[in-house]
Design a protein around this ligand. Sequence first.
Ligand code: NOJ
Length: 767
Amino acid sequence: MKKLHTLLIILMVFGFLGVNAQVSSSAKSRAENSKMDNFVNTLMKKMTLAEKIGQLNLVTPGGAVTGAVVSKDVDTKIRNGEVGGLFGITGPDKIRKTQEIAVNNFRLHIPLIFGLDVIHGHKTIFPIPLGLSSSWDTTLIKKTARIAANEATADGLSWVFSPMVDIARDPRWGRIAEGAGEDPFLGSQIAKVMIEGYQENNLSKDNTVMACVKHYALYGAAEAGREYNTVDMSKVRMYNEYLPPYKAAVDAGAGSVMTSFNDINGVPATANKWLVTDLLRKQWGFKGFVVTDYTAIPELINHGMGDDMKVTELALNAGVDMDMVGEEYLRHAAQLVKEGKVSEKTIDDACRRILEAKYKLGLFEDPYRYCNDERAKTELMSDANLKAAREVAERCFVLLKNNDQVLPLKKSGTIALIGPLADNKRNMLGTWSVSGDPQKSVTIMQGIKNVVGNSVNILYAKGANISDDTEFIKHVNVFGEEISVDKRSPEEMINEAVETADKADVVVAVLGEAADMTGESSSMSNISLQESQENLLKALVKTGKPVVLVLMNGRPMTLTWENEHVPAILDTWFGGTEAGNAVADVLFGNYNPSGKITASFPRNVGQIPIYYNQFNTGRPFHPGDSPKFKSDYLDVANTPLYPFGYGLSYTTFKYSDISLSNNTLSSNGKITASVNVTNTGTRSGKETVQMYIRDMVGSITRPIKELKGFKQITLEPGETQKVSFTISVNDLKFYNSDLKYVYETGDFKVFIGTNSQDVKEADFKLK
Ligand code: NOJ
């Protein structure tokens, strides 16, 4: 009794201290906010309307060009106070010089904010985001954002156009490479940690950077996977399936949001007041600023929204604060205010939000705070960052197939290393690595040499061009020669590859996509290997030698033939600066692969869009059913080739049945679902245990499975670990037809397994 008493006192004291700490921290933030308000108010009182409008203008002088036009007369505009921010340049020196123009010449000395596309690392490039998500490791992903923030700020930047959190279920869309795949739950967790990694909840530090969540919203649902295409979607689908990652990023404190190029149910995102003001600001409480995507305001004219004046009015009145490269605000906003079509308050609000961002970043205190030559020297591509890039890359690769334990390879004998991507620096970094230097990347050939030295005899042949289609090559090669065409004929190259394979014990074929076959403006209607590479692979398989297909790709590809005929397939995405070393580590078993795909791999393009959290329909097809009058295809299975969450290991894992702590859950209670997972193979291995839930009866149709939890464990051979998930009503909530976030009592199923298809299941009731 006495002990209990003491415990209670201790808890009370700690509780009190906790509350007190909260009170004092919120008091502190109130004080900081009022200091900021005073500062911004005083400054805005001095500003003319034109100067306020100037803050809404974001320019790019070129450099890393990411759109069809670049801004003109940038220096003059900065001097005149007609620029609020700039993107496309890096380096403490360049940024200092540009900042000096603003600070020394503009009458009000307002510093610029400097942004850039820092997407999967800045100079040290990590795997593409789709690859990063395949690690299912939010701590690791946060670390990549942290390192990127460190490098970006050491290189003069204060703002990164990341994370990209668009849910994508269509691998034809090239930008699927830039996000975390198809699932809103995983996507939200990743969005949150990216924001935390960039901003660390404290933008006043020298090594934190303001994030920009993009592309708001629903860009990943572009019809037919065609870039920039229309989106027409029910609100229920939006709220339940597409919006959660944006909201998670906003809840995590994202400093800014970028609108998307697409329209949404008839209103382009950049002119969409419901999206930007009602949902983002009013419902979600977003306090930062909203920037358009590249020239998205003038593009409203093509959308059929009106002329320059009209589209400027629409964007401003929608609540869009900053105009990226369009310069429509600069040209027309003052006139619109004069005519009463846009209120002065709208301009004030937009200007205030941008000044607040600069204030939070500490730019008023020290406009040059990110211009530190010493930091640039020591922090960019430091040994520690490169080491992290290698470790991260290993964690992202997905073993799609491994018959007869072809992998891992022995560290002896002769390997035929074949393929246009086997010794190719140019393509290792993948799309959106604007500051990465491909010349500093480690190729797979180099990586293998680094890892096995002379113990393995490596024979090399290019075997094929990435593509032989001249028109296609021109289209891909806009930023340089990513697809280089050999002078030899395809036959000559294949013959050389076959001869090389004949001399080896095993063939490692490194095939796939050039870096810019995914990313912006890289939609594809055919997502298989290019014909040149398919022919090569077929010839290699015909030699009878064991073939390992190492894929480099930015999207799920159709690999039906490959899955049938190639014994081992390792998906390495675009693994970044250290990709070659990481691939070699995995090929030779220094790291046991543990990645799991986060976007379904279709069997053919006709199955697209394909995603695991689909609905049941009134006539669901189950294998073994008579197929007539069922929701299926005559010519292909309903299932993907590789389902969401799938990925093999060099070891094997066995799952026990699920045990539930209770099969009834009350609305204020919790139950636990547990499985025992055993490593039944001979190597230590990491497994991502996934938990899905199905709401059996709802006021609206509910998906057949929804990811609601995952845990990573590492097991030694023979080891068993119990993995438990706690379930409460929070895991059962969804947006109903009135867009209310509710739970509904009734029957549920819980599934736990190694991927979205191979699961154990149990039933429970919510009372
Ligand atoms: C266009 C892209 O859609 C966006 O993702 C990027 O951040 C901007 N251009 C700026 O480069």
